[in-house]
Write a protein that binds this ligand. Structure first.
Ligand code: NAI
Length: 768
């Protein structure tokens, strides 16, 4: 949703620290204008220096999806510019965590703000009731807590605390805007300390550290067990190093102080732990100070703290065979299995016991842990995989009471139902799922139109089908191309439009199956390789010129062949977080499934287009030779992968629905396949121009012989090679033929073979 259709046209953020400036940047990323106010600069500093500094930090730390978005943020200060608040629809307060400072500010805000404007606080610890005390009913009606996570661009969770006195329409407006503009998944929290994520997250980390010590696991072992359960790769000790050991006393201390004496967090006193105290006393605060639980030794080798001795030793390979299978781990009858069980069952026990006080349903708690703490699955979904009944039997066998909500879930068969909705915390019903895409709904309703091991076709309603890849990272292998051919037939028979996309967390498609290409090269089976290239070109071209509209819904990785797949759609709807590009040169190849051709078409190479052929070839050459995927959809637009009419969507879960809307709109507008492109080429003289820069890099020793050969092949494709075309105008088929010739030549070279082998073995490019 852009500013035009949103109920939010302009916002103000007060406090330009890590959070405030990050929140301002995320609004700007969605095209919304922001006033960012901080205290005035003192001494000789400019009045807006503190706000400007916050803005500059966001530019340095990639808070903006594209630097141009920063121009939407207007820095200011709370002495000179507070009157600007009268112009905005939403005021987000993100100043220091001090009740007196926040309340003083609210009184001033209240006198100036537009009636009915939203006021929200990013507080992490102060109850809503205390923040608004004495500010009157109108303020109370418009005020809520919106608790973002750091960094605000990346973390998808937004916790909201509202109250019955809030205007329900205003709360609904906040939720809609938070999802559509900011891309956040919103969870409702009660007004309790730490809300949901930090309450459970702090308990998890404290329990994990203290249980690891009690059961005698090393940090590496404990962290490996946590990773097997699906928590982030840092594990618990690595995560605490990242958060900062110095923040343990304020965060855990204030949470413990705010919680009642019988809260189970008091049984796991992290600030009081002697290892934590020793780290604090010696200034070892984690990554920010170079040492914490882990450190890099003076000779740069990785070391870990020996928990028993408070001394560092080389970091060890944790334990053979811990693996990544959560269920297998929980069933192990050794210290790893016992530790994993203790932590997971402890978190679930705690969460289920306090759930009625903090949340409306268990799905909110799972979402808090997946979106706020990076767990692959929430604790309750994990318990369901274990089997709710088996889980509770083991919990009961451990002794102690089983929380009522756990018993209720066992009666009903699951904590989370089949549709992803969590059991309500009063045990009455399952709530609707908090998130989910159009595809997950379709999968719940009916079987696939057809399904192969590589891909499926789904009916996603309104006459639209969705082609979903499900190979590893959704790479395109021969079986995936077979499935695409079948899908095109089926859509032609029974649907009005096609969406290509999926719900994978990481990739739209990471590209052509490199292992298949490598096998063909090793066997010198050039016919097979050429056949694979030709089939991809044919299938994608067929898709482009099909009688129905095709919309690509791209997100995450859309690389190489995956990017080329999307480039053949009539329109692209992109998630804002998009890494799209054609990095083939890194493995010694050039894009050959029509990628060069379609980028030329996009660059206005059309015979009737405005750009001269040399200029647009240079733009495409630069995009491909730099081999740098976009860091966002905004960058993909600059690179020419997305076109001006292609839509960017902020919320990942909305992507397929918006792609379907676009497909329906194209179909209803009387869709006709595009006219075949006619490409004007710059020929041998254009090629000389393209190569000039690379040649001088080679002379300076900045490019290798193989870089030169790859660039030469690419330049040949983009300028039309030695061939002559009627009236100097080539067809897409002509350029695709050049693509094929180029890749077949490169595939036979030793350096390309080395590059591919290195990429397959290490995941990293080889410079040779
Ligand atoms: P910070 O210390 O980085 O930034 C606070 C900013 O507020 C500073 O730039 C300061 O100059 C400014 N400020 C102080 N008094 C002000 C006033 N009267 N008017 C305008 N500006 C004023 O703090 P951070 O980390 O950005 O936290 C801000 C808020 O967000 C706090 O309430 C914190 O509890 C909360 N929060 C912090 C998270 C984090 O990970 N850092 C996560 C979630 C919430």
């Amino acid at each position: 949703m852009g500013a035009g259709t949103s109920p939010i046209h302009r916002v103000a953020v007060i406090g330009a620290g890590a959070m405030g400036a990050g929140i301002a940047a995320q609004f700007a990323n969605a095209g919304i204008g922001v006033d960012l106010l901080d205290i005035p600069g003192t001494g000789s500093a400019a009045r807006n220096a503190p706000a400007q500094a916050g803005l500059d930090r966001q530019l340095k730390t990639a808070g903006f999806m594209h630097p141009d978005a920063a121009s939407l943020v207007r820095p200011g200060n709370i002495e000179d510019d507070l009157a600007r608040l009268a112009e905005v629809d939403w005021i987000v307060e993100a100043v220091v965590e001090r009740l007196d400072v926040k309340r003083d500010l609210y009184a001033r805000i209240n006198a100036l703000r537009k009636p009915g404007s939203i006021v929200s606080s990013n507080t992490s610890t102060i109850p809503r009731s205390e923040l608004i005390a004495g500010l009157g009913p109108a303020f109370a009606s418009d005020f809520l807590i919106t608790h973002f996570f750091n960094p605000p661009r990346i973390m998808r969770l937004l916790e909201i605390v509202s109250a019955p006195e809030n205007d329900p329409a205003l709360v609904a407006r906040v939720k809609t805007a938070a999802a559509a503009i900011l891309g956040k998944t919103v969870i409702d929290c009660r007004d309790t300390p730490g809300f949901i994520a930090n309450r459970i997250g702090c308990f998890w980390l404290a329990l994990g550290v203290l249980e690891a010590k009690r059961l005698g696991l090393s940090m590496e072992e404990a962290d490996a067990v946590m990773v097997a359960l699906g928590t982030p790769n840092t594990g618990i000790f690595g995560l605490l190093d990242l958060i900062g050991i110095d923040l343990i006393p304020p965060i855990w201390g204030s949470l413990m102080q705010a919680l009642p004496a019988d809260d189970a967090l008091h049984n796991f006193d992290l600030p009081g732990d002697e290892t934590v105290r020793a780290l604090l006393a010696s200034g070892r605060f984690g990554r920010k100070s170079g040492a914490g639980f882990y450190r890099l030794s003076p000779d740069k080798s990785r070391e870990a703290l020996d928990l028993a001795a408070d001394d560092y030793r080389p970091r060890q390979d944790p334990a053979p065979g811990i693996g990544r299978d959560a269920l297998a781990l929980l069933k192990r009858d050794d210290k790893f299995g016992r530790f994993g069980w203790r932590v997971l069952s402890g978190v679930i026990h705690y969460a289920a016991a306090i759930a009625p006080d903090i949340a409306g349903d268990l799905g909110s708690i799972d979402a808090a842990m997946t979106l706020g703490y990076g767990w692959a699955q929430g604790p309750f979904a994990l318990a369901d995989r274990f089997g709710a009944t088996a889980f509770v039997s083991r919990l009961a066998a451990d002794g102690g009471p089983v929380p009522a909500l756990v018993q209720e879930a066992v009666q009903r068969g699951a904590f989370i139902d089949r549709r992803g909705g969590g059991l309500a915390t009063d045990g009455s019903v399952y709530a609707p799922a908090l998130s989910g895409s159009l595809l997950s709904v379709a999968k719940d309703q009916a079987a696939a139109v057809f399904e192969t091991p590589a891909a499926s076709l789904w009916d996603i309603g309104e006459g639209v089908a969705c082609f979903e890849l499900h190979t590893k990272l959704n790479s395109l292998n021969p079986a995936a191309l077979d499935a695409l051919e079948t899908a095109l037939d089926r859509v032609q028979e029974a649907f009005g439009a096609l969406v290509i996309g999926n719900d994978d967390k990481r990739a739209f498609s990471a590209g052509a199956d490199l292992a298949f290409i490598m096998a063909s090269i090793e066997q010198q089976d050039w016919e097979r390789l050429d056949g694979f290239i030709r089939r991809g070109q044919d299938a994608f071209s067929r898709m482009k010129y099909a009688a129905f509209p095709v919309v690509a819904a791209v997100h995450g990785l859309a690389l190489g062949g995956g990017c080329e797949f999307a480039l053949h759609a009539d329109a692209i709807v992109a998630h804002a977080e998009l890494n799209a590009g054609l990095p083939e040169v890194k493995v010694g190849l050039v894009p050959s499934w029509g990628g060069c051709t379609q980028l030329l078409v996009r660059a206005g190479q059309d015979a009737t287009g405005p750009g001269g052929p040399a200029t647009s070839a240079a733009h495409v050459f630069q995009t491909i030779i730099s081999a740098a995927p976009s860091s966002s959809a905004a960058w993909a637009r600059v690179q020419g992968i997305l076109q001006p009419a292609d839509e960017i969507v902020m919320h990942r879960d909305h992507l397929l629905a918006r792609a379907r809307d676009r497909a329906v709109a194209l179909a209803q507008a009387g869709y006709r396949p595009p006219e075949p492109a006619q490409l004007r080429l710059s020929g041998p003289s254009g090629k000389l121009g393209l190569m000039a820069g690379v040649n001088s890099q080679y002379e300076l020793g900045l490019a290798s012989q193989s870089d030169l050969a790859i660039a030469d092949s690419l330049a040949t494709v983009l300028t039309g090679g030695p061939g002559s075309y009627p009236n100097g105008v080539a067809t897409e088929a002509d350029i695709m033929q050049l693509e094929r010739e180029a890749i077949m030549t490169l595939a036979k070279s030793q350096t390309t073979r080395q590059r591919i082998a290195h990429m397959l073995a290490t995941g990293k490019p080889l410079k040779n």
